[in-house]
Ligand binder design. Structure first.
Ligand code: NDP
Length: 234
């Protein structure tokens, strides 16, 4: 039958690759969709993760359709890049509300069911930018490093109940999010990546699926970089 998995933002990009990897491994997979339509072949639940009522409704639907969430991948995220002095309160709030508070909301809700099951896996999708910082991404970097403190606190709080909480920190991956970056910026990133190429969405998905498997049962509170080596040592 497979486990009940939820991938937020699993309707496209890295999230869709993650959702597909779980599906191919035999799990039952739900994905949230918000501004874009749901993908075919997966249970799509309409959910804006900045809205607690929508998060609760999504979890209720998933529990009905495929059982309580046993594996949560908090992947949904946005950027609103600009330099510090130009960054508006709105730029800051939107990014932190989505990336950090949205992930908190889904993790809190998922943990409720996992505590009853006495098992569960939570994986937060952070970014190498959360470790290295990045000019023009003060809001994004703060939200992504915030996920690390959150995951490690959850790991300590819920470890005794068989629940793990880990972080995957991707480097530069070719998706809609990075397609909007100027060519010059892309070239600059490329020159700093030891493996000399950008990552594939499937390479992030493989790490997430493995972290959620029995093989990774003794890993919690970890930050796993999948970044071609760009963040080495951080
Ligand atoms: P995309 O921009 O391709 O997709 C973003 C996803 O997040 C979409 O599915 C979108 O759904 C969802 N989303 C955004 N806001 C909300 C919201 N309020 N409620 C629910 N869902 C929302 O991003 P990527 O696939 O590139 O990135 C996925 C994750 O990986 C992000 O957290 C990103 O920060 C992280 N990451 C990406 C890297 C990269 O190089 N691409 C590098 C490092 C980290 P919808 O379209 O329906 O709004």
């Amino acid at each position: 039958m497979g486990r009940s998995v939820l991938v937020t933002g699993g309707n496209r990009g890295i999230g869709l690759a993650i959702a597909t990897a779980f599906k191919e491994a035999g799990d039952q997979v739900a994905v949230t969709y918000n501004a874009s339509p749901p993908p075919e072949g997966l249970l799509g639940v309409k959910c804006d993760i900045t809205d607690q009522a929508q998060v609760d409704a999504a979890f209720d639907t998933i529990a009905e359709q495929q059982g309580p969430v046993e594996v949560l991948v908090a992947n949904a995220g946005i950027t609103r890049d600009t330099l510090l002095l130009r960054m508006s309160d709105e730029d800051w709030d939107q990014v932190v509300q989505t990336n950090l508070t949205g992930s908190f909301r889904v993790a809190r809700r998922a943990a409720k069911g996992m505590l009853r099951l006495r098992k569960g896996r939570i994986v937060f999708i952070s970014s190498v930018v959360g470790l290295l910082g990045s000019p023009g991404q003060v809001n994004y970097a703060a939200s992504k490093s915030g996920l690390i403190g959150m995951a490690r606190s959850i790991a300590r709080e819920l470890g005794s109940r068989g629940i793990t909480a880990n972080v995957v920190a991707p480097g530069f991956v070719e998706t809609d999010m990075t397609a909007v970056l100027p060519e010059e910026t892309q070239k600059q990133y490329l020159s700093q990546i030891p493996l000399g190429r950008f990552g594939l969405t499937s390479e992030i998905a493989n790490a997430v699926r493995w972290l959620s498997s029995d093989e990774a049962g003794y890993i919690t509170g970890a930050v796993i970089p999948v970044d071609g080596g760009i963040g080495m040592g951080h």
